[in-house]
Ligand binder design. Sequence first.
Ligand code: BES
Ligand code: MN
Ligand code: ZN
Length: 497
Amino acid sequence: MALTPSVAFSAPSVPVEGVLVLLVGEGLDVPAHMAASFGDLVTRAAGAAKFKGKLLSSAEILSPADGALDKLVLLGIKGQEPLTEEDWLKLGGSIVAHSKGASSVTIAGAYGAQEAALLAQGAILRAYDFDIYKSRKPTEGEQADDKPKDAPSTLSFQLDAADAARAAYAVVEPVGEGVVLARNLVNEPANILTTVEYARRIEELRDFGLEVEILDEDAMRALKMFALLGVAQGSDSPARMAIIRWNGGAEGEAPLAFVGKGVVFDTGGISIKPAAGMEDMKGDMGGSAAVVGLMRALAGRKAKVNAVGVVGLVENAVDGRAQRPGDIVRAMSGTTIEVLNTDAEGRLVLADALWYTQDRFKPQFMVNLATLTGAIIVALGNHYAGLFANDDTLAQRLSAAGDATGEKVWRLPLAKEYDKMIEGKFADIRNIGGGRAAGSITAAQFLKRFVNDVPWAHLDVAGTAMGSPSNEYNQSWASGFGVRLLNRLVADHYEAR
Ligand code: BES
Ligand code: MN
Ligand code: ZN
């Protein structure tokens, strides 16, 4: 996967063409090697533009000085110190926003190796555009298959520690690639990304050193995964479960487990959804895409950890064999479930995926991600994912990782009063709480029935995996939410150093 624009780190020098971006703080402190050429210009332009170096503020000077450069951009970095990982991503995104269509962009300022790597990641994520299905007429001199984007073609970050920046980016780049992979999977329409095609794309990850196993329906029947299989039975796309393993840690060390809801399209089933907005349900596999992207990231940066990703891939469709309201299914755990609403299908998929994961891998913890409930959007909008956990340490670590990366999570309660709301009438439990009260919590209580005392957290990403407001480093419908969050969780607490 070649990411655009291409990124380079180099020693300071005065650029002779293209766009120059200077990252400056309060004192309008131009890097020493730029002072002779641009110092006075910056002072005067900043005065005219009332530019004071405030974080993410900017001033543009077209054709500066002798006119060799196309543009000089001042980008402010004076914010709450120290700047967060997300601040640097936003700055990187802004660099791209200010250099649309440029061929070469040079960046200089007071930043170190790690910051340079994050600037580059922010730039890559900003430049991402899911345009593979857009036919465009070639303009003069272009081949029909050339697809120039608005994005600049090369970014050159200048700093003394260029070698260290290259080393830092070798760790950061695969994470960006994981985010891009997750975004691509979520943006793909469901006629292309069927369950079978999704499994095939996951199998391609073997190229990065990941072990991939795919369970088909016969294998899942043998394991008695009838909660998951019931969801899939109304679709022509057969269910799959993918198990993705990265063994970068000590042999025999229990893995970290990440579990994802991979509903490639959610019609609602017999409890069918309204037509308006149903197209968004191509993204109902966003939780699984984050798991896949995370595994890709861990492998790419050779994380010193054992991890397993498990994703349940189904389509919730309607035909004569589709599951009905009132049907009773027995999950792999033995728990019987009354399916009162076929649109509450994600929890049925996760019930078997979670039970299978803890049963087979005895993990240190399980974190699952799912576009599980519309109710989480009512509660938190598109800015925070819902967090539910049976373990305070895990919850606290996820919150901290969220604050650092900007993939923020907010904890909501689990309690026996909510658990009572899913008691079954004809079976052990039912798949909805009844009424609209606490819809995200009753869904989480349902999942909790299948985690068997393993430290566990559930992230409800219905509002954040897709359709979240665009920002400096994301202009795409699919955000890739969860990849950077969980990568940080792993890096900060679970890797051997
Ligand atoms: N995939 C949906 C949740 C969803 C809604 C995701 C909007 C993204 C955007 C999920 O399967 C669903 O349909 N949930 C129902 C549950 C209800 C029937 C208890 C919901 O939220 O309405
Ligand atoms: Mn649904
Ligand atoms: Zn769904």
